[in-house]
Structures are given as C-alpha cells and as structure tokens.
Design a protein around this ligand. Sequence first.
Ligand code: UDP
Length: 373
Amino acid sequence: MAASTASSSSSSVPKRIVICSTSVGPLGSGIGGGVELTLHGLVLGLAARGHHVEVVAPAGSLHVGASVHQIPGAPQVSSQTMGREAPIEMPAAPVLGAMWEWVRDHQSRFDVAINLAYDWLPFYLTPFLRVPVAHLVSMGSLNDAMDGAIADLLDARPGAAAVHSRAQAETFPAIADRLRVIGNGIAVERYDVHLTADEPRHLGFVGRISPEKGIADVFAIAQATGLPVKAWGLMQDEACWREAAAQYPGAQVSYEGFLATDDLQAAIGGCAGLLMTPKWVEAFGNVAIEAMACGVPVIAYRRGGPAEIVVDGETGFLVEPDDIDGAILAVSRLDEIDRLVCRQRVDERYSTGALAERVDAWLDDLIRLDARV
Ligand code: UDP
C-alpha cells in the first residue's frame, strides 16, 4: 500500500506553533534518540518560515532556539523496549500528562500543536482538545495499543498523523495509506564536509548502543575488514556491547561517548564510511543524513528509512538485510563514492528548509480539515 505524499502548496500565513517533545527524557540527554534532532530541525525550519514556535519538554532540557517550557515529572519508558501486547503504562506524576495539561491550558495561544511523543496519551487526548494536533510518529509499529490509538486518531482526525519514511508507514499496514510521509531535515550548515577520509582509515557507527541498532554486526564487520570502527552514541545497553565484543575479539571497535551535535559532526567527518546495520525498521535514521552532510558515505541494510535515504552506488551502498558479507564487500568499494555528492544530496532533500516546507503544507492541510470536523 502506498503512503500518501500529497501536499498542497505551502502557505505563507504565519502560524503559532507549539511543539511537544518526547517524554522519555530532557532534550540534550540523548534518551530521545533522533526525536531530539528532529525537534531542533523543526524549530529552526519553521521559525525561518516566519512562524512563532514554542516548545514543551521535560525539565532539564537544553535551549533549542525557541522558548522551551520546562515541565517537571516522571519520564515515560522508551517504547522500543515494549512488547507487542504490553499494556500502556504510566508512572506516578507523569511528565507526559503534565506536558499535555500545559497544552490544554495554553491552547488558545496556538494555531496548531505538533506531538513528537510515541505515546498513547496524546493520541487519545487529541479529540478532547480545541487546538488541532499534528502527530509526527517517530517509530514503526511496535505495540498493538499504540497502533490502535493511531488508527482511532486518524478516524477522528484524518490527516493528523505523519511518519518519516514509506517503510515506516508500511509497518502500520491497516493505516499505511493514511499516514503522510515527511522525511526529516537537519541544519546542514552546522555540518562541515570532509572531502577525504582521515588516515589511518576507520569506519564509524553512530546511534544508541542497543540491540535494535545491530551493534553485533558492526563488530563482525570490524573483525572481518580489520578496519577500526569508532562508535558514538548513548550507551543504552552495555550488556549488548560486551556480548558483541566477546563474540568478535579481533574487532577494533572503540566507544567514543555521546557527543553534542557540533562535536559529533566534527568527529564523524573523517570516517571512510558509516555503518548502519539495524535489526528493526529504522523509522528514518537521522545519522545517515548527518554522516552524508559531512561527506561520509553510508553502508546500510536495505531495510527501513536508510534504504530510502542512501542511493546505492552514489551516496553509499545498500546491502541485503543482515548480509554481513555484503557489507564487508561494500567497505572495499567506499572509494567509488564522491563525498561531495553525499553532501549535495542532503542540501537538496534534507535541510531544515526542505523539512519545514513539507511540514508547513501538512499543518495547513490539517488546520483546514480540522475546521470541518
Ligand atoms: N546522537 C548524538 N550524539 C552522539 C550520537 C548520536 O547527538 O554521540 C544523535 C544523532 O544526532 C541522532 C540520534 O542521536 O539524531 C540518533 O537518531 P536516529 O534517528 O539515527 O536513531 P534513533 O535513536 O531515533 O533510533
């Protein structure tokens, strides 16, 4: 089933927009994964189009270029650890509930709210609010209760949910053609392009250290190619790192810590290539466009968002999912890629301006549809 990519012409009418962040942790902590960078891209891109943007986020969040309303409360548990049949759980004094109380209390000041939390509550609450809410779903289907909440929302508020990639939409087969695909975007100007890889040659991995990111395959590729791999990201599951290291004792994989975006871009630009070996359907894969913005080609499994970002043979290589030998072969072909082409691809498709144009069209359509409900 094809997901909808239709968009009306973007409006120049300034809107007052409130963006609700993920409730799993403060902005800047890394716990929110790619959602944190997505929020940043949305703030920059929408503000540059003349909109008034405010952010609601858990207390302790970093400044993101707009006023951030810091909300105290207990964080939600990240959904990627949730089973398919798991019930929805809420801690005592939840930050998620407090964030949406804030929206309820201030809704008359805004034309539209954007929800970035992959949580049941905001989907359920949307028809109870007067302000239209646009939900940007950040993960593929993981849990039946969440799938039901997204489907119910679309029945009540058509057009109110979007995703990052077609592959992500298709993980929700019952509603795939009702989800709008908006890609993603980064502040490309913050990333310096490196036209040559550093010596001694090394590869990179960027992402949360967790089983769904396929860290064991990274160790396998490092061992087989003999190339060192530098890994940056939040150490979410140390046991999975230790197991991979024990399984591939010849692999030179060094953990380089979790860096803020400016430091991360400076560090990854020297890599000969970035490895993306996810075991789940990556909704998008921000790290692919970040690496490409630095001129770094991406070797990715043909699965999920990265398969829609990487142009095989032009901005990296796509190999069949879980095909470690295919990835090893791709490493030997990295010099065929023109690193400037990687950067140009990001400039064209994945800038904050390009993202904001797509989101703006979505918000205008939603506000129009919502007025008719
Ligand atoms: N990231 C970061 N510092 C690091 C490593 C990663 O800020 O040292 C960020 C990176 O910029 C990206 C996010 O972590 O935005 C990972 O997002 P992605 O979409 O690749 O995966 P997710 O964690 O959402 O599954």
